[in-house]
Design a protein around this ligand. Structure first.
Ligand code: NAD
Length: 502
């Protein structure tokens, strides 16, 4: 492989970035097109401030057209009624193409939203695995025969829903996309993807790979643009059957309203979090736990739905443990996202950067003890970078202890008893993830069962793979990505009752 196609150093990635040709148009009805109204949006590299591209900014008219195309494709049956084994082959081809272009796809995400290239490469592995998993599983699912009497045959069939609109965020652009589109396509639906206005580039490149893989016309389309324009139009459409959303809780609530105002489309939500990470004094290796606790919040600049943003530490070890977390945080300073050694990159854009800095100021004003970070920084004299920031002495009354900041800001709480730890952990509108560090198996089982959370990570943070469902409870959402459970969301049960002649 040539140096440019297998980049390993910062200079390699810079060279690859300089050689990229960016797709900036929407992908509708098997063609790359400008938005009908001609509008564009600017996408900026937050690590340098450079404009990357002017991308088509779709609106109601584009949404209407794409939905009509998606519906026609669905009704035509070239995909929706294709044998699952043949859908599998096409999706596996798409996965292979993604594998072949993974460096380019990873680079697009890094340039678009500032995450470190090593992390983007990890996302590509996750996205490809997701596609392969759903492709492989779709021809292994059987329907059912209901246990009726002998005078009848009750068939329970699984059918695709129709037109699925996938609306995704910017923090893991291509991986979140894969989590939505892989099961939806595998199940036989027509999919319209609306990437975030802050990170549309990899989705548009994916569109050309989907075409190359042989997905039939109209089965997969990509509409870049703003949420309040094209996103809203898709959500209010009378001819979209399902909204599959990952993003903030506020927008998730809006989408449920849009569904109620339109056609009662299914709405699956993966929303925000303020995840607690509970550390008990009986842990064996506190250095290792501290390293994980720091990575749980500082990975991806804290722009992670399951970020372990509330660290709950048993008072007996709190002071010593916080010192270890501070030492780990010191090793996680932001760097050039194109440097494979960088652990943290830039914040996605100025709005998010200002929002995080405002929370940090509020934390200080509310009386939390700032132990690390707190001030914006730059890399090579530019960019929107915020270093690991740690507040100790946080209480539930403080905004930094309750609200999702979506940045590298850790709120440390102390607790005295197991009961207090559980109460603190559950005192949140959210319920996406929780961490639990303890060597006591009885405690682990007791506490795991009582945590109000879609997933509990025991003696790890964010260990996961494709076989395990991912999603939240409470205001963190109602859907499940990954595993065969996500396929259930993109299909409908139909019963066929046949009365048999005696
Ligand atoms: P966001 O809610 O602002 O936007 C998400 C998507 O919704 C974007 O594509 C946006 O354009 C679109 N959108 C915005 N307003 C809309 C509207 N009125 N109608 C239709 N679409 C609209 O979220 P974000 O800032 O992109 O992402 C950060 C949020 O995503 C955080 O809250 C984070 O926790 C959450 N998130 C959750 C998960 C999960 O799996 N639970 C994963 C990643 C991110």
């Amino acid at each position: 492989m040539s140096r440019a196609s297998r980049p390993t150093t910062r200079a390699d990635w810079q060279a690859l970035a300089a050689s990229l040709t960016l797709e900036t148009r929407a992908y509708i009805d098997d063609a790359f097109v400008d938005a009908e109204g001609g509008a564009t949006l600017t996408t900026i590299n937050p690590a340098t401030g450079e404009t990357l591209a002017e991308v088509a900014s779709c609106d109601d008219a584009d949404a209407e057209r794409a939905v009509a195309v998606a519906r026609a494709a669905f009704d035509g049956g070239d995909w929706s009624r294709l044998a699952p084994g043949r859908r599998k082959r096409t999706l596996l081809r798409l996965a292979d193409l993604m594998e072949a272009h993974k460096h380019e796809l990873a680079l697009l995400d890094t340039l678009d939203m500032g995450k470190p290239i090593a992390s983007s490469l990890g996302d590509m592995a996750g996205a490809i695995a997701c596609l392969r998993h759903h492709a492989e599983s779709i021809d292994k699912l059987y329907g059912e025969v209901a246990p009726t009497g002998e005078d009848a045959l009750g068939l329970v069939l699984r059918e695709p829903l129709g037109v699925v609109a996938s609306i995704v965020p910017w923090n893991f652009p291509l991986m979140m996309t894969a989590w939505k589109i892989a099961p939806a396509l595998a199940a036989g639906n027509s999919v319209i993807l609306k990437p975030s206005e802050k990170s549309p580039l990899s989705a548009l490149r994916l569109a050309s790979l989907a075409r190359e893989a042989g997905l039939p016309r109209g089965v997969f389309q990509v509409l870049p643009g703003y949420g309040h324009t094209v996103g809203r139009a898709l959500a209010l459409s009378m001819d979209v059957d399902c909204l599959a959303f990952t993003g903030s809780t506020g927008v998730g609530k809006q989408l449920m309203q849009y569904a109620g105002q339109s056609n009662l489309k299914r709405v699956y939500l993966e929303c925000g979090g303020k995840s607690p990470n509970l550390v008990f004094a009986d842990c064996k290796d506190l250095d290792k736990v501290a390293e994980h606790a720091a990575a749980a919040i500082f990975h991806n600049q804290g722009e992670v739905c399951i970020a372990g943003s509330r660290l709950l530490v048993e008072d007996a070890i709190r002071e010593a443990f916080v010192e270890k977390v501070l030492a780990a945080a010191e090793r996680m300073q932001p760097g050039d996202p194109l440097d494979p050694e960088s652990f943290m990159g830039a914040m996605v854009d100025r709005a998010q950067y200002e929002r995080v800095l405002a929370y940090i100021r509020q934390g200080v004003e509310e009386g939390a003890v700032l132990r690390a970070g707190g001030e914006a920084t730059e890399v090579d004299g530019k960019g929107l970078f915020i270093p690991p920031t740690v507040f100790d002495g946080v209480t539930e009354a403080m905004a930094i202890g309750r609200e999702e900041i979506f940045g590298p800001v850790l709120a440390v709480f102390g607790f005295d008893t197991e009961e207090e730890a559980i109460r603190l952990a559950n005192d949140s509108d959210y319920g996406l993830a929780a961490g639990l560090w303890s060597q006591d198996i009885d405690r682990v089982m007791r506490v795991s069962r009582r945590l109000q959370s879609g997933q509990v990570f025991v003696n790890n943070w964010a260990a996961m793979d494709q076989t395990v469902p991912f999603g939240g409870v409470k205001q963190s959402g109602n859907g499940r990505d990954k595993s065969h459970h996500s396929l259930e969301e993109y299909s409908e049960l139909k019963t066929v009752w046949m009365t048999l002649a005696p």
